[in-house]
Design a protein around this ligand. Structure first.
Ligand code: FE2
Length: 368
């Protein structure tokens, strides 16, 4: 696959979107159409995320991850489909990744209170947050603050995206209200010398299943666990561009943001709603060519509400989009199916999607 630098990916300035100035708005809209239409990814300037606070949080997260598996085990909650708390290593798999689990540990939190009615309908998608009572300082505040600032940036981008597509400004944001948004801290694990330069990747190539993902930028930890610059240029986030006649496999692009910028990625839900006008970005996190190094990163996943229907919006409902994205599916149902696909929910979760009371007839016939 051809490879190119990340220089062609547009940057959008959130100050342009807020300016009310027609020419600045048009500049942002043009950047968004190109970024989300071709790359599925945009760099964001003036995003409002506090980088110093982010690094303070990464320190706290590293201290938690450094604890023994026994100490972390109470926060690895399979019955919550790992949607809150700790994800143990070798748990999650990418759908296209031939079943090789990702080489990472994670921690999931919801930065906003749950929708209580939706939580009755989809208990595993809206559980309460899980916190270690003896968490390192800033473990809780750090990720809550980060999640909310990423969410605010994401909502601005979604309003800008709607305008860029000629839709009412609140088209996407109203679908997101009280949805199961989730913020995740990730730590990619050190390779042993024998694993270096094998086909092991930190995160297999995949597309995100939510609406929009915000990535504030990560950092490496050297073999002593100290923050350090990248040990080589082999490791990091790569994305795959849209297929074209010239490049049917797409082009591999490094997704490292310019200094001071964060990244936003299109997820499957935004692809479906726009009938493929914006495309979910396939991305992979490659491991370095040296042993002992780790990488920390974070992501905020904006979702549409579980009661929204995932299907191309009227404007994008061409015959080919209908064929590509039919049948319309409730977002909550879609979430359950995907969590089974990636190994976080058990296959039995799919039994919830049909009628569950057939046994009543048997009991009735038996006169119980
Ligand atoms: Fe991802």
């Amino acid at each position: 696959m051809a490879e190119t630098s990340s220089l062609n990916i547009p940057t959008v300035d959130l100050a342009d979107l807020a300016s009310g100035d027609a020419s600045r708005l048009e500049r942002a809209a043009t950047a968004l159409r190109e970024a989300f239409g071709v790359f599925g990814l945009v760099y964001i300037k003036n995003h409002g995320v506090d980088t110093q606070a982010l690094h303070r949080y990464y320190d706290a997260f590293a201290a938690f991850i450094a604890r023994s598996p026994e100490a972390k085990k109470p926060y690895g909650r399979a019955e919550l489909w790992y949607q809150r708390g700790w994800t143990p290593p070798n748990t999650e798999v990418a759908v296209a990744g031939n079943g090789q689990p990702d080489f990472k540990e994670c921690y999931f939190v919801a930065p906003y209170p749950n929708d209580e009615v939706a939580a009755m309908e989809f208990p595993e998608l809206y559980p309460e947050n899980v916190w270690p009572p003896d968490a390192p300082p800033y473990f809780q505040d750090g990720i809550m603050t980060l999640g909310r600032s990423l969410h605010d940036a994401g909502l601005k981008l979604l309003r800008g995206s709607a305008v860029a597509l000629g839709l009412p400004e609140d088209t996407f944001t109203q679908l997101c209200e009280r949805a199961p948004h989730i913020t995740r801290a990730l730590q990619y694990l050190p390779l042993t010398p024998a694993q270096v330069n094998t086909d092991i990747v930190w995160g297999e190539e995949h597309t995100d299943f939510n609406l929009l993902t915000l990535l504030p930028g990560g950092r490496f930890l050297d073999p002593e666990g100290k923050p350090a610059p990248s040990p080589d240029d082999k490791s990091g986030l790569y994305l795959r561009t849209r297929a074209t006649p010239d490049d049917p496999n797409g082009i591999k692009v490094r997704g490292t943001a310019p200094a001071g910028c964060i990244v936003a990625q299109v997820g499957q839900q935004l692809e479906i709603l726009t009938g493929g006008t914006f495309l979910a970005t396939p991305h992979v996190i490659t491991a370095p060519g040296v042993s002992g190094w780790q990488r920390q990163s974070a992501a905020h996943f904006i979702h549409v509400h579980t009661s929204a229907v995932l299907f191309p919006l009227e404007k994008f409902r061409t015959p080919s989009a209908i064929r590509s994205y039919a049948p319309p599916v409730l977002a909550g149902t879609y979430d359950i199916k995907t969590l089974v696909d990636i190994g976080l929910a058990p296959p039995s979760a799919l039994d919830k999607l049909g009628y569950r009371h057939y046994d009543r007839l048997n009991r009735q016939r038996a006169g119980e």
